[in-house]
Design a protein around this ligand. Structure first.
Ligand SMILES: Cc1ncc(C[n+]2csc(CCOP(=O)(O)OP(=O)(O)O)c2C)c(N)n1
Ligand SMILES: [Mg+2]
Length: 480
């Protein structure tokens, strides 16, 4: 019957079929050879028959068979496919003297120390200046926004100090179609990708130009245009999203990757583990970029985990992993570029652990001197800083000097203040925006809430600065 073929085919789960045909397994022939070879193998006692089993290879999503051979010197179960038998009862421990290395391209003086870096610096002057300028802009914006929060002009802020190199160095190595899921201390990624100062300020002031319609706390940026998903400060929720986005890119055969940023503290969340495991088993082209800055608010890393940082966990999940000096912007650039290439060409996730120190308080809601000494912070600031390091690199190449630096900083300060003042004067979004975008049309409950709000504003309108909102007190009228 002509139906027989397609009918039988349809019994195979659709996903396995498409995945297997897209990523043919070079080892599939070996299965056939191994199966026929068993007829010549010595006979096994009853009850210990070889049972072919399959196991995911963690790469392109293919499956291959494993079997426990009689008399073998190693364990070959689906859960542990190449483990030697031993009669020595030893609990394996980590060896603190063998911590995972930290990759560097340049030292603290801006001198290149890895001559195999393969970065074409001579043709990268313009890009280097863009990277440097992005980092300086973030640091100037941070100072202004931090002070403005203290003056009560915005409600909240998170400073990026000390971690600008991780954000900008990695962003410089990504493609425009790569889709980003960040935590909250990665303003440099947006800055490098072209988010304007007006956009930053509109979000922080929750004004009517904010992409999020003023409904989120400051620093919860988003940009559809730049493939940057909205910041969610509910820790680690972005990580499974990034695994899923990587999987979607793989299914669409888009030559791009998903990239997610998170702190080492967020890596204590269950979502971190779920995200890494699913990305590893499904072979998702997702880059996991961990900023290990030594603190989860007031909890130092020494109290957060016992293992070798976050990198050791990547290895545990079977993910290609690297640790990098986060103050070395070129090292971050280089590993991100290589990781991206690996993720896309081999369809698998990569974990990057970028080491840095959180120079700032956690946020404007935190006073870090309640749990760490001022001298500790001052020491770190003096010893090393990603901005200073990149500047030294540029000076060594005669691309930069003190005069240029002063000019750049003056100009950027002016630009930030201009955007700041414009955003502060802008109206807030119409009050009705509070109810938009959850449902296609306002529900009955929402309509009654709007009516209640309208009544309150009619009665007590003079208690509020309604003129500051688009449409004033009439802005609460729902669009039907
Ligand atoms: C699910 C959840 N739990 C707790 C918090 C409160 N919280 C906000 S930031 C933070 C520390 C995060 O530390 P880390 O991931 O290292 O990021 P860092 O602030 O150091 O950049 C905590 C516990 C939260 N936002 N979400
Ligand atoms: Mg941290």
């Amino acid at each position: 019957m002509s139906f027989a073929g397609p009918l039988r085919r349809s019994l195979i789960p659709r996903t396995s079929r498409t995945i297997a045909s897209r990523y043919p397994c070079p080892k599939r022939r070996c299965f056939a050879t191994a199966t026929s070879a068993t007829s010549e193998a010595p006979r096994e006692p009853e009850g210990t028959k070889e049972v072919p089993m399959t196991v995911g290879d963690g790469g392109a999503g293919t499956i291959r068979p494993v079997r426990q051979r009689h008399g073998s010197d190693r364990l070959v179960f689906p859960g542990a496919v190449n483990s030697k038998f031993t009669n020595r009862l030893v609990f394996r421990q980590q060896d603190p003297s063998k911590a995972i290395d930290t990759y560097r391209v340049m030292d603290t003086e801006g001198q290149i120390i890895d001559e195999t870096h393969g970065i074409d610096f001579d043709n990268m002057k313009e890009q280097t200046l863009k990277m440097y300028s992005s980092m300086v802009t973030v640091s100037i914006m941070d100072q202004i926004m931090y002070d403005s929060q203290r003056q009560g002009r915005i409600s909240f802020y998170i400073v990026n100090a000390g971690e600008e190199g991780i954000a900008v160095g990695s962003a410089a190595a990504l493609g425009e179609h790569d889709t980003i899921y960040a935590q909250y201390r990665e303003a440099g990624v947006l800055m490098y990708r072209g988010y304007t100062l007006d956009e930053f300020m509109a979000q922080c002031f929750s004004n009517c130009k904010d992409h999020g319609k003023g409904r989120n706390m400051p620093i919860h940026y988003s940009s559809k245009k730049l493939n940057f998903h909205p910041i969610s400060s509910t820790l680690a929720t972005q990580l499974p999203h990034a695994s899923g986005a990587g999987y979607a890119l793989k299914m669409e055969r888009t030559p791009a990757c998903a990239v997610t940023y998170f702190g080492e503290g967020a890596a204590s969340e269950g979502d971190f583990h779920a995200a890494l495991n699913i990305a590893a088993t499904r072979g998702c082209p997702t880059l996991f970029v961990c900023r290990n800055n030594g603190y989860a608010i007031s909890t130092p890393t020494l109290e957060q985990y016992k293992g070798d940082g976050i990198a050791s966990r990547g290895v545990g999940y079977g993910i290609d992993t690297i640790r990098v000096d986060g103050n070395d912007t070129w090292a971050v650039y280089k590993v991100t570029k290589e990781a991206r290439e690996l993720a896309i060409s081999q369809q698998k996730p990569v974990l990057i652990e970028a080491m840095s120190y959180r120079v700032s308080h956690h946020s404007t809601s935190d006073d870090s001197f309640a749990y760490r000494a001022r001298v500790e912070v001052e020491d770190w600031k003096r010893r090393d800083n990603p901005i200073t390091r990149l500047r030294k690199f540029m000076e060594l190449r005669n691309w930069w000097d003190q005069e240029k630096d002063t000019q750049l900083r003056q100009q950027l300060r002016k630009d930030v203040l201009k955007a700041f003042n414009n955003a502060e004067r802008e109206k807030k979004p119409a009050i009705s925006k509070l109810w938009e975008d959850t449902y296609d049309k306002p529900t009955k409950d929402q309509q009654s809430q709007m009516q209640e709000m309208k009544d309150i504003l009619e009665r007590y309108g003079e208690e509020y600065d309604l003129e500051g909102y688009e449409g004033g007190k009439n802005g609460v009228v729902p669009k039907r």
